[in-house]
Design a protein around this ligand. Sequence first.
Ligand code: ADP
Ligand code: MG
Length: 381
Amino acid sequence: MPRDLINAALKGLSRPATVIAVAPGRVNLIGEHIDYCDGFVMPFAIDRSIVIAAAKNGSSEAHLRSEGQPDAAIDLTLPQEIGEPHWANYVRGVIDGFQQLGYDIPGFEACFVSSVPGGAGLSSSAALECATATLLEGLLGISLSKKQKALLCQKAEHDFAQVPCGIMDQFASTFGEENRLVMIDCRSAEVTLVPFENPDLAVIIANTKVHHQLSDGAYAMRRQHTEEALKWLGKPSWRDVTLTDVKARWNDLGDPVNRRARHVVTEIARTQKAAHALAQNDFLLLGELMDASHDSLRDDFEVSCEELDIMVNLAREIGISGGVFGARMTGGGFGGSTVTLCKRECTDVIMTTMRRSYQQATGIVPEIFCSRPSRGAHLVD
Ligand code: ADP
Ligand code: MG
C-alpha cells in the first residue's frame, strides 16, 4: 500500500476524500513490440503507482490537480474533446469511455500523486488511465470487468493521447497481482497469471533518463511495417507465421520490413519459451532469452538507442558470476528503461556498479531500483 502517496494525495484535496484509487506502472520482462502483433507478452505491475484522492464537489465539472502540472477543469455535461492541458487528455479519454457506456459522471475534485517516473518506459500513461477508470468506478459505485476497463483505457490512449498503443500496458496495470507476471495472449486478450515468487530472484529496473523525441513517429512506423509484412506474408495473424515463412519471402519483404518480421516471430517464440523456463526455474535460459530479445530489438526492430545499449551491456558485463542472468530494454524504446534479471543477494552490488558505470559512460545520473510484481489497479478502503 503506497501510504506516503495516499497521504500526499489526501493533503492535496480541499475536502475530505471519499474515493482513493491506485494504479501501478509496469515493466515488461519479455515480449516487446508484439502486443499489437497478436503476440504473447509478459509484463508485471511494479510497486510504483499513481494515486488519486477524490470527492464529489456538487458541480458538473471535474477539477484536477497533479503536482508539477497545470490544473485542469473538465465540463462533464459535454462530449469530451482533446484540449489543454495535455495531461488531462488521458483523463478526458477515460471519462469519454464511461460516458459512451451511458454513465452520468458527477462533478468531482481530484488530486493525483505519482511515484511512476513519466516518459521512462514504465507506462505512467497507463497508470494514469487505469487509476482514473478505477476512480470513476468508485465515484459511480460500479465495477467494470478488468478486461473491459483495460480496453476502455487503451481506447482513451488511442483517441485522446493519439498513441496507437497495444493492449499490454493497460492490461498489466489492471490485472497485476503480487508475485505474478501478467502473461497476455494478445490475440485472444486472455490473461494468465504466471507465478514469480522465487525469493532468490530479483528484477532491477534502470531508467536511462533519456527519451529521444523520434519515439512517437517511429512507433507508428514500426506498427506500419509489421502490418505491411503480415499482408505480404498473406496470413491472418502473426501467430500463423513461422520463421521459415519469413525467410521464404525475405527478398520480397525487403529491408527493413523483413527484419521487422523476423523480430515479431522470434519474439513471440522467445516469450513462450520464457514462460516455460520460468515454470522450470531455469533462470539461465530465461536470462538468455532476455538477452536475445534485446539484440533483436536493437538490430532487427531498431528501437533501442545508445544509452539503452550501454545500460544493457553494463549488466551483461557483470555476468552470471556477478549474479546477472540477462538484461534487455523494456517498453517502446528510444530511451526509457532496461530490465535486468538477477540473483537477489547480488542486487545491491549490481545496482551500484550499473549506476557508477552508466554515469561514467554517459554523464547522466540514472534512476535504478528493484521492483517485485505488485497488485494492479484498485480502490483503497
Ligand atoms: P510513459 O507512459 O512511458 O511514462 P508517456 O509519454 O506515454 O510515457 O506518458 C507520459 C505522460 O503521461 C506525461 O507526459 C503526462 O502527460 C502523463 N502523466 C504521467 N504521469 C502523470 C502524473 N502523475 N500527473 C499528470 N500527468 C501524468
Ligand atoms: Mg505511455
